[in-house]
Design a protein. Structure first.
Length: 392
């Protein structure tokens, strides 16, 4: 049977619910009901050829209708005078009189009540967020238990837009730090509707803190003193905030930056030298360390497209930075140790020297083979020591 059944009618309403339309209308006031539902019904040939099935279909629709159950859909009738089966009353349309009829039919009354409670709390405390409720009602409904806390946090950011506090210091009744940390994405989405609560857009690990005027956890930099005479109160391996490195009372004659941690730890002793390591693409952090512009600076990364891209970034702030162990002879001298770069970088790099750019073009064009890379920790230690001897 291709005619619309009570289950089909219920499925139509479930799709309307799944689109969020019913709950959204609760916020916007849009009149969804009374609502007519599509109805596939018998034609005149069916009356003649399948009269028994037509009568059973009509009975099934009537049994599940509002007039029988007290809720749900209503049937609009029409009289058909057929020359073979005579005058008969047939359903011509189906209507859902009210939202409550629809909700009862699909078993969503309690869910809708929870959403109305959320809406009432929002209207009372942060009416500007009604727009978000209308746009994402089903997402909101999943947050029903957390919603009072969410409203409290958004209200706090509205009232304290530039607090300068660490997140751990935010004091909101009934809300702890983990509650906020677990919902940073949602809170950023909501505070975007309240300009005072989200002053600055930002990206990166500390974006939430910057966006909401909180103090971010300081970025840390690890470095080793390669000359015992430069040790800081006997300490030679230190991890400090970038700002402290920038203000450090130390006068290295030469600075090395390397991506790999083991390379930093195994770096050979250098008179007047220090090595900064473990930053990867975070080399931009070093832009705060102004005294690096006054020292010979060497960068040692992987010989692959991303390693050269990091070198390019470092030169944005320190144009004098020199590449170390990132040349064609080093690559070709370790052919048996090549690996494959998972996702090579293909963009243009404008700060590379001529030989570096030629190497980069060969790598991104796969002239040595598919996605060739030589990781810095694979370079033989004797090769490293020889290069160091040559440059010093």
């Amino acid at each position: 049977m291709t005619w619309t059944t009570p289950d089909d009618l219920r499925a139509q309403l479930e799709r309307l619910w799944a689109r969020g339309s019913i709950l959204s209308a609760t916020v916007t006031g849009e009149a969804l009901f009374p609502r007519r539902l599509p109805l596939r019904r018998p034609d005149r040939r069916d009356l003649a050829d399948r009269f028994g099935e037509v009568r059973a279909w009509i009975q099934a629709l009537e049994n599940a209708s509002k007039i029988e159950r007290g809720f749900g859909y209503e049937i609009v009738w029409t009289e058909v005078n057929h020359r073979q089966v005579g005058r008969n009353r047939l359903p011509s349309a189906i209507t859902i009189p009210t939202e409550q009829d629809a909700l009862r039919l699909i078993g969503k009354q309690k869910a809708a009540d929870r959403f109305r409670a959320m809406l009432q709390a929002t209207e009372r405390e942060l009416p500007v967020l009604k727009v978000w409720l209308a746009r994402r009602p089903l997402t909101a409904l999943e947050l029903a238990d957390d919603w009072p806390g969410v409203l409290a946090v958004v209200a706090w950011f509205r009232d304290n837009p530039q607090s300068g506090l660490y997140l751990r210091q935010v004091d909101i009744a009934g809300v702890d730090t983990k509650f906020i940390e677990a919902r940073k994405g949602l809170l950023s989405e909501l505070t975007a509707f309240i300009p005072a609560a989200a002053e600055g857009a930002a990206s990166g690990a500390a974006s939430f803190e910057r966006m909401h005027g909180l103090r971010a956890k300081p970025a840390l930099v690890r470095f080793r003193v390669l000359d015992p005479r430069l040790a800081i109160r006997g300490l030679r391996d230190l991890t400090v905030p970038v700002a402290e490195l920038a203000g450090l009372d130390i006068a290295p004659a030469r600075v090395f930056v390397t991506e790999n941690e083991i390379n930093g730890l195994a770096f050979p002793s250098i008179v007047g030298g220090i090595v900064i390591f473990g930053l990867g693409y975070g080399v931009e952090l070093l832009s705060e360390v102004a005294w690096l512009a006054e020292r010979p600076l060497h960068y040692w990364g992987d010989i692959d497209t991303h390693g050269l891209a990091i070198l390019d970034r470092l030169r944005e702030r320190f144009p004098h930075a020199q590449a170390l162990l990132m040349d064609r002879p080093t690559l070709l001298g370790h052919r048996e140790l090549w690996g494959r770069e998972p996702a090579p970088y293909k963009g243009e790099l404008m700060r590379l020297r001529d030989e570096e750019r030629a190497l980069y073009d060969d790598l991104r064009s796969d002239r040595f083979g598919p996605a060739v890379r030589l990781e810095q920790e694979r370079i033989r230690y004797g090769w490293i020591r020889q290069v160091m001897t040559d440059i010093l």
